[in-house]
Structures are given as structure tokens and as C-alpha cells.
Design a protein. Structure first.
Length: 661
């Protein structure tokens, strides 16, 4: 205990410089850091319903989160896991650590639909030949065999106030070391976990094959921790230690990652170069429904994925040289470029956007907002332009990275981009939305980093840092994340059609598919779409209720005997002498203008036996019974009926009951 207190005192003396937004005035958002003398690794963070943020990862020796000190179980040089909590204004409120005699860490974190935390991690790594165990509150996690390298775990934890309580924990083990890949929560509350392993793996009696290289086990638990299904992806040369998982609204799990050499699903697929990308979809029973691949001769990496409201899968990462995504080719601008690609719900690559300069640019992770805008974060090493924004190299060192945050709209166009960083190597790690959809970015920093209007510093080699990027670009009093027109001032936030885009920046305020510049009723009625049968003249006014001149000929419908006449014609005294809305043209000279003539090309008396609007003189089924006159033995029936076999057996147009002898 004395050693822990001593470390805490020293850490307080070199407490990281933190700038936090004032709650009553000053710049929007906040920034915060935490850590110790050595290396901290950030697994991710989640935002709770009360707007507090929970972060998780690993630290070495000791760490400080505000005035809360944590010491590793083995003290100096030992790596343990941490969970820390900050409030909505960017202040640390709680921190917890767990560890063993080996290396321990949290590799992934997710927020369950119940509000509980799901943590995936590893423990006792590097203790082959030794007994090793780790305590997590009332649970003790024992390495299954002393000769093993270390095990993995997944657990559900309740977080209430300053209390973190495990509900259940499951361990996964084999003879080699295991680590977590990712964790995702399905729409029904199921928990999907990815575990990296070498060699075969047995989980609750389910056998998963392995290989010499790193393979990926996919495990699905119910909310009570009972295994539901298992599946796996193997690779002889290895799956890289990055990637991600994401669920669609209809319950399909998607896994993206990077492999070297070859990869095995149902069949083996070889890489095209150094490292290639895989994407796979899995149904609710754990079966692969499709797989897609991308790559070239260089290093192509997939870091994360997300699925939008339409079921499109968004994949982000990096490419080097020219890479092929299905039938789409993308070529880097310099060394390595960032990319954002989309895959349809049936596994077809549909779009690839890449950007970069002469250095190394990569997207690490992404989130999608309620309007299907994509917010990404990643790193870069040299100055380059992203959309209309130039991101400058903050350290003038091509080997050290800076962080960027950017938005892509639903049309896959870059909207804005901002950068953060300093003189050290700064690396983006995670991103989530705050309550107003302002992004909160998690990263690791070295030395001093500038995050917007804030400055944070590391106490040791690297610290974790968080940036609530909140700004009011149009100065209308609303942060961009909650503003339905972030680039156009509209404090009233009027949104006539409820499409989440304010009228001030919406080209079609009422959502009728007629642009405002051409819409005579803007904003008009909502809940309908302009079409020939609803808006004859395509002026954006609904014929049934809004438009009093459906054909826009200058004669109101109430007085117009041709209310849906040809569009583009306007009634005048010269072409419509009686101003009845019908053009004074009588092609056949029978005294009826063409627009009112039941046979405009035939001189006739306007007789129309079946009342279908086509005169008998130009009709091919005069009585409308469905039998053409040339085959109808009773072509002039004066009653309404349709010939069918049960009433006109021989289909001669004469009703059997009273007209057919």
C-alpha cells in the first residue's frame, strides 16, 4: 500500500495538464486526459444514458484519472486493466483496476441495451508454467492450466454511481495466449464477441479449428451469458490485430478485418498482396451468408464498420497503391491513403472514396448519426486536403501522427474536417456520440496536444485523452450535433417534412420530390409525393387539396371543363374563346374541341355506349364486355357486364342467360 501511495503522490505532482470547458461560459465542448508514467492503451469508450462516459483499456505500473490513483498488481512494469468514468462535462469521477501477475487488459467495451457494460479482455498473459489468477470484485478468474500463456474473458457489469459490479464473467482458454477482438450488441440484446487465438479452441463443448497464424473465434452469448452459437475464421499466416464488428437493424452481424497470405471461411481465399481486407455477414444462427474481399499488391487494412438505416455497410481503413473492391479500383494519392467504402446488404461493393497526401492517412473508426451522416476519426502524418479543409501536419515529423475528425454525408461527400495533435505521436482510437450527437473522440497522446480550443498533456510516455468536439459553426446557439442545419443559422429549427434536415438547408422543405425553387407550394402539405396522378402539372401543389389549377392553364379547376389538359398550354381569348379551359381546336370538325371530343380524329355524335370516355365511333369494344367488336356477336349490349367463361361459355360476347341461343 505504501508503494501505491508513493506512486500516487508522484503522479499528482506531474498530473497531466487538462483543459475542461467551463460549464457557464467559454468554448463549447471539453478535453480531458488521464494516465501515468508509462504506456496507456485505450480499448474504447461508451456513453451512458445519464451522459457520463465510461472508458476502458490498460495501463502500466500506475495511472491517475483526475485525483484517483490506480496501481498495477505487480507494481513497476506490470500491465493491468482499467475502467474509468467521467461526467458529461469532462471530469473524472471514478476509476477501477484489475490485474494479475501477468499482463492484463480490456480489449473491447460495449454498452448493453440494459445499460450494463460488456467488457472483453485478457488476463495472465506471459505466465506460462505458473499459476495465475485475477480477482474482479467477487469473481476470481483462474487461468485454466498453469502451462498456458494466458486466457481471455467476456463479462457483463452493472455500473451504478461509483460502483462497478460484475453480473457474470465467462473465460475462454487454450494453450496459447488469447486476446479480445471486438464486442457488439445485437438488436435483441445478444452479445457477439470476437477472440483472437492460435491453434484450436474449445468453448462450452464447441470446437473451433485454428492454425499456426492468428485466427478469429466468433462467440454469441445471450444476455445471461449462455453461449448461443460459435463460428470462426482461420488463417495460416494470420489475421491482423485490428478490425471490427457491426450489426444491422435486421439482426445481421458483420465482421471486417485484415489477413495475410490466405483466409478460410467455407473456402480458402488468397490475398493479392501483402495484406488484404475481408468482410463477412453472419445470420442469427451464426452462419456466414456472404463474404467480400478487397485488396491489391500493397497493405490494405479494414479497421471498423457500421451499418446505416438502409442496411448499407460502411467500411473504413487504409489502402496502398491500387486496390480492387469488387469491380471498383481505388489508387492512393501518395504512400497510404484512408478510405471509406460501402457494401450493399447482399455483399456487393458499391462505392469507394479514398483521400490522402504524400504520407500515411488512415481512418480508425466511425459512427453514423440519425441522419445517416458518417463521422470518422483517424490519423495522418503529413499535410493534406480532405474535402474543402486542409489538415496541417502539427509536428512537422513524417513519422509521428496527428488526429483528424471528419464528416461524410449520405452521398459519400466530405462535409468538414478538423485536426488535433501536437509534437508527439497521437493516435485516434474510438468515437461515440454525446447526447446531442456531438462526437466524443478517444485517443492516446504524447507530450502536449491541442484539441480544438483545449490543450492536454501526457504525464508519461503516452496517456489516454478524450475530446468532446462541440461547435456552433453557424452561431445560431445550437451545437452542430444537435443542429438540423449546422452550416446555416436557423435557431427555430423548423423542419416541415420531419426528415431531420431543417427547412433552411433543405432543398425540398415539404418532401414532395419537387425542389423548393420549382415548388409553388413550399412548404406545402406533407406525406405525399408529386407524381402524374397526384400533381398533374408537377408544380409541387397537390391536385386534390392544394392546387386550384391542376393543369396550370390559367383557368381554375372549378371553371375548367378540361381540368387536366396538356401541361404547358395557357388559355387565352385567342385559343380559348369561351374560357372553359379547353383549347379551341376541332380536328375532325364535328363541333367538339379536341379536349372534349370522345373521338377527336373522327367526326361523330359523341355516343359512348359503355361510358368509358372513348366514343363508339373510335371504340374497338363498344359495349365494354371485354370481347372486341370484330369477335362480338352482341356488340351493342346496353347493360354493364364483362364476358367470363361462367356466364359466356363460348366467349362470343353474348351472355348465356338471356342473349345466347
Amino acid at each position: 500500500m505504501r508503494r501505491l501511495l508513493a506512486l500516487a503522490v508522484v503522479l499528482v505532482m506531474v498530473l497531466p495538464l487538462v483543459s475542461v470547458a467551463d460549464e457557464t461560459q467559454g468554448p463549447l465542448g471539453w478535453a480531458l486526459s488521464g494516465g501515468g508514467f508509462e504506456d496507456e492503451i485505450l480499448a474504447g469508450h461508451v456513453v451512458l444514458d445519464d451522459e457520463s462516459i465510461v472508458v476502458a483499456g490498460s495501463f502500466t505500473s500506475a495511472a491517475m484519472f483526475g485525483d484517483i490513483g490506480l496501481g498495477a498488481e505487480g507494481m513497476s512494469g506490470d500491465t493491468d486493466m482499467f475502467v474509468a468514468v467521467m461526467n458529461s462535462t469532462g471530469n473524472w469521477t471514478a476509476a477501477y483496476s484489475y490485474g494479475s501477475d501477468g499482463a492484463d487488459g480490456i480489449d473491447a467495451i460495449a454498452l448493453h441495451t440494459s445499460g450494463d457494460l460488456i467488457l472483453v479482455g485478457h488476463f495472465c498473459l506471459g505466465t506460462a508454467g505458473e499459476y495465475c489468477a485475477m480477482n474482479m470484485s467477487s469473481f476470481t478468474l483462474n487461468k485454466s492450466q498453469d502451462n498456458e500463456e494466458g486466457d481471455a474473458f467476456v463479462g457483463r457489469f452493472a455500473i451504478t454511481g461509483n460502483s462497478l459490479t460484475p453480473i457474470w464473467i465467462r473465460t475462454i482458454s487454450n494453450q496459447d495466449d488469447l486476446t479480445g477482438f471486438d464486442v457488439e450488441i445485437g438488436p435483441n440484446g445478444g452479445i457477439s464477441v470476437g477472440i483472437f487465438h492460435k491453434g484450436f479452441l474449445s468453448v462450452d463443448g464447441e470446437f473451433l479449428p485454428g492454425a499456426q497464424g492468428t485466427s478469429l473465434a466468433l462467440l454469441h452469448y445471450d444476455e445471461n451469458g449462455q453461449i448461443q452459437w460459435v463460428n470462426g475464421i482461420t488463417s495460416q499466416d494470420g489475421i491482423e490485430s485490428f478490425g471490427g464488428m457491426c450489426y444491422s437493424l435486421d439482426g445481421y452481424l458483420h465482421v471486417v478485418g485484415t489477413y495475410v497470405g490466405s483466409i478460410m471461411f467455407v473456402e480458402r481465399t488468397d490475398s493479392q498482396g501483402e495484406a488484404d481486407i475481408f468482410t463477412a455477414q453472419i445470420d442469427g444462427n451464426g452462419n456466414f451468408t456472404w463474404t467480400s474481399f478487397a485488396g491489391g499488391t500493397g497493405e490494405e487494412w479494414a479497421n471498423d464498420c457500421a451499418v446505416d438505416s438502409s442496411g448499407t455497410v460502411h467500411v473504413v481503413g487504409q489502402l496502398e497503391g491500387t486496390a480492387q473492391f469488387g469491380v471498383i479500383n481505388a489508387t492512393s494519392n501518395g504512400w497510404r491513403d484512408m478510405f471509406h467504402a460501402t457494401i450493399s446488404s447482399n455483399g456487393i461493393w458499391t462505392n469507394v472514396n479514398n483521400a490522402g497526401g504524400g504520407g500515411w492517412e488512415i481512418i480508425e473508426t466511425l459512427v453514423i448519426d440519425s441522419k445517416d451522416n458518417i463521422i470518422v476519426t483517424g490519423t495522418y502524418t503529413s499535410t493534406f486536403t480532405l474535402g474543402v479543409d486542409q489538415l496541417t501536419d502539427k509536428d512537422s515529423n513524417g513519422e509521428k501522427r496527428d488526429v483528424f475528425v471528419a464528416q461524410i454525408d449520405p452521398s459519400n461527400e466530405w462535409v468538414w474536417a478538423v485536426s488535433a495533435g501536437g509534437t508527439g505521436d497521437d493516435i485516434a482510437a474510438s468515437i461515440q456520440f454525446g447526447f446531442d450527437e456531438s462526437p466524443i473522440i478517444g485517443m492516446t497522446i504524447q507530450n502536449t496536444a491541442t484539441l480544438g480550443n483545449f490543450t492536454v498533456s501526457s504525464a508519461g510516455y503516452s496517456d489516454v485523452a478524450f475530446w468532446n468536439y462541440a461547435r456552433d459553426h453557424d452561431s445560431d446557439g445550437l451545437t452542430d450535433g444537435s443542429d438540423n442545419c449546422p452550416r446555416v443559422a436557423n435557431p427555430e429549427q423548423t423542419d416541415t417534412d420531419g426528415d431531420l434536415y431543417g427547412d433552411a438547408c433543405d432543398d425540398d422543405d415539404d418532401g414532395d420530390a419537387i425542389g423548393d425553387d420549382w415548388d409553388d407550394c413550399s412548404p406545402g402539405e406533407t406525406g405525399w409525393v408529386s407524381a402524374p396522378n397526384t400533381d398533374h402539372d408537377s408544380d409541387g401543389c397537390r391536385d386534390a387539396t392544394e392546387d386550384f389549377d391542376d393543369d396550370e392553364d390559367g383557368i381554375l379547376d372549378h371553371y375548367d371543363q378540361c381540368p387536366e389538359g396538356p401541361v404547358g398550354w395557357t388559355s387565352t381569348i385567342e385559343n380559348d374563346e369561351d374560357q372553359n379551359g379547353c383549347e379551341d381546336v376541332d380536328s375532325d370538325g364535328d363541333g367538339f374541341v379536341d379536349q372534349l371530343d370522345k373521338c377527336p380524329e373522327i367526326y361523330d355524335d359523341q355516343a359512348d355506349l359503355d361510358g368509358d370516355g372513348i366514343g363508339d365511333a373510335c371504340e374497338n369494344d363498344t359495349d365494354g364486355d371485354g370481347i372486341l367488336d370484330q369477335f362480338d356477336n352482341c356488340p351493342y349490349d346496353s347493360f354493364s357486364w364483362v364476358s367470363e367463361h361462367d356466364i359466356d361459355h363460348d366467349q362470343d360476347g353474348c351472355r348465356d342467360a338471356d342473349r345466347d341461343a
